[in-house]
Design a protein around this ligand. Structure first.
Ligand SMILES: [Zn+2]
Length: 615
């Protein structure tokens, strides 16, 4: 008698009210969330779950505390592929609920009927086999190959595949959690974590500071811990722990540098978690538990800039919240600047200048490629009907940095730092769309004496860079350019002054020589001498392999296969697969290798590469 149940449900909903208005009503819409936060907002989560590696399933109860802004008879959550077993209100009262028909990548709205007095809803559920936000790894796919591993990745809209939630970046909630995992494994979350393995397999967590759903994070595995100091440390598989500890030991001085600039770190502690190779990003700013890719362990700390970026989020996330993924650039705008300032403090201005020049070089390359492929690169795109995971690109980050540096040159570094510090201290944390942010700061950041409105709008709404954009030269790269030009004329690299070059000078060199035709034999000689193909730095290797593929130096194909088989970083994989695909001789390898290794990739990386290869 399902129809009768629904008739009662609809009639009942006509009569229910709300239990007190205690929340701001002005939350802008989000095209990727079904939730209606202007009526009811879920503000605190109590989560109880158990992790079953055999079934590849989490079974859980999500208890959400509600806050009302308007008369509401329903609360709506986002879900994706979840099986809802039952829903209860407050002290175990039954209620009506309904899962809508799923919509592509958005999943299904879960609508729960409320009573006038309802404070809390309890959702009993299980995750599906295709939970896009969870990656279940067999023991063989981990570094130590002894135990299975599970990790979550929420950005952009994947958390709904393992937690019914109001899955919009504008909305934040505090949480506590109790989790049961197989004995012998450790669970960690984006919360305060226990350093020791619990023999019972039971772990509890708490995060009192509200976070957005995409930063709700969980990992389970044979994870060990080593402290850097009293408020930082690193979690990793046993065989990676010591290497990771050595590589990331500059986290405490990085935090101190950021604190000198912008005040005390907003989190009471911050630990790093080194993920297995299939983690699709370089890092993720999960609060109190920063995720880092194992490929950042280069052996010489040359990739720890990325740690500075994720660390910068701890401060920048206090300035504002982006209303939806259409306004994602706002999330990275201040972060990239704070990252740059941390690097400047740690490594000095010449190094930071070099990073900026490299950023601009990559930006221009990406913009040119996007233009050829008719892909938009505007900072504030319209994403209705589009999967946000597929449209956010490296160019977004690079453009944010370039935009922010133009702002610095107009306002002055000291003034900009002070402005940012003040915003963080005030901690208003307002929700902003691109328009509301620009409007609110019309008299400061976006005043007409800082940016003419057409220049500002060009940054936000055009694919090309604004007409007056000036590239800041790097003194260290000027000498690299001179060497690149002589090498291109046929000179042996051994006769050129490359001693003391960092990885970044070599990356710049490889980009700078990429004009016209290069004889594969010259690339062979270069590799024999410098050892690019064997480098521990995955960014350098990626640029090198792209050059090799473009100029038909195919002796390195076994090394390239090794890379696509053992790296899960989407950015690196896309660059390599694109280079393979663009060379008619290696198109078959692209298809074959993707076919062979795609199961090792995270779903977000897999779908991006599939799109690239037209699969
Ligand atoms: Zn970021």
């Amino acid at each position: 008698m399902k129809w009768l149940k629904w008739l009662i449900f609809i009639l009942a909903w006509g009569f229910v009210g709300c239990n007190g208005l205690n929340q701001d009503k002005n939350i802008p819409g989000d095209p990727h969330s079904f939730s209606q936060p202007n009526k009811v907002l879920a503000t605190h989560l109590h989560w109880e779950g158990s992790v079953d590696f055999e079934r590849k399933q989490i079974q859980a109860k999500a208890s959400w505390l509600l806050s009302y802004a308007a008369a509401a008879d329903t609360v709506v959550f986002d879900t994706y592929g979840l099986t809802i077993d039952s829903v209860r209100l407050d002290d175990n009262q039954s209620t009506f609920w309904k899962l809508d028909v799923p919509q592509a990548f958005l999943g299904s709205a879960l609508r729960i009927a409320l009573k006038p007095s309802t404070q809390m809803v309890h959702i009993y559920y299980r995750t599906g086999s295709q939970a896009r936000g969870l990656q279940w790894l067999e023991a063989q796919q981990t570094a130590d190959k002894q135990h299975p591993f599970l990790f979550s990745q929420g950005q952009a809209i994947l958390t709904r595949s393992w937690l019914p939630c109001q899955d919009s970046p504008a909305l934040r909630f505090s949480f506590d959690a109790e989790l049961s995992v197989p004995p012998g494994l450790k669970a960690v979350m984006s919360a305060s974590n226990q350093a020791q393995m619990q023999p019972s397999g039971r772990y509890s967590f708490s995060n009192k500071k509200p976070i957005p759903s995409y930063l709700f994070a969980l990992a389970v595995g044979d994870i060990h811990f080593k402290a850097f100091d009293e408020r930082t440390g690193v979690f990793a598989e046993k065989s990676k722990l010591e290497q990771a500890w050595q590589e990331f030991a500059n986290l405490p001085p990085m935090i101190r540098a950021a604190e000198r600039l912008y005040g005390r770190m907003p989190w009471e502690r911050l630990d790093l978690l080194v993920l297995p190779p299939s983690f699709p990003f370089g890092g993720m700013e999960n609060p109190m538990l920063m995720y880092v890719a194992p490929s950042l362990i280069a052996g010489d700390r040359s990739l720890t800039n990325l740690v500075a970026h994720e660390l910068a989020h701890a401060w920048s996330d206090q300035i504002l919240r982006h209303a939806s993924w259409e306004d994602f650039w706002l999330n990275e705008f201040f972060t990239n600047y704070i990252e740059r300032r941390i690097i400047e403090e740690m490594e000095g201005p010449a190094y930071a200048e070099m990073m900026l020049a490299l950023n601009n070089l990559e930006l221009e390359r990406n913009l040119a490629q996007a233009k050829t492929n008719h892909q938009p690169t505007i900072l504030a795109p319209k994403l209705l009907g589009k999967d946000p995971d597929l449209v956010l690109s490296a160019a977004t980050y690079q453009k944010c940095t370039a935009f922010m540096m133009q702002l610095e040159s107009k306002l002055g570094k000291k003034e900009l730092d002070q402005w940012i510090k003040k915003q963080i201290a005030e901690g208003k944390n307002q929700i902003h769309t691109t328009n509301t942010f620009v409007d609110q700061h019309q008299n400061s950041l976006f005043a007409t004496n800082v940016f003419e409105s057409d220049i500002r709008d060009a940054w936000l709404y055009q694919n090309e860079l604004p007409r007056n954009y000036e590239r800041k030269p790097s003194a260290r790269f000027a000498s690299v350019e001179a060497v690149a030009s002589i090498w291109q004329q046929g000179e042996d690299i051994r006769n050129l002054p490359t001693g003391g070059w960092s990885v970044y000078e070599w990356i710049y060199f490889l980009r700078a020589v990429n004009h016209g035709q290069i004889d594969p034999q010259r690339l062979h000689a270069l590799d024999a001498l410098i050892g690019f193909s064997q480098s521990g730095n995955v960014e350098l290797k990626s640029v090198w392999f792209q050059l090799c593929l473009q100029h038909h130096y195919l002796e390195v194909l076994p090394e390239i296969e090794n890379m696509v088989a053992n790296t899960g970083r989407r950015k690196i994989l896309i660059a390599i697969y694109k280079a393979l695909w663009n060379n008619p001789i290696t198109k078959d390898e692209a298809l074959l290798w993707f076919n062979n290794y795609q199961q090792r990739y995270h779903p977000v990386a897999r779908s991006s590469i599939a799109q690239l290869l037209g699969k």
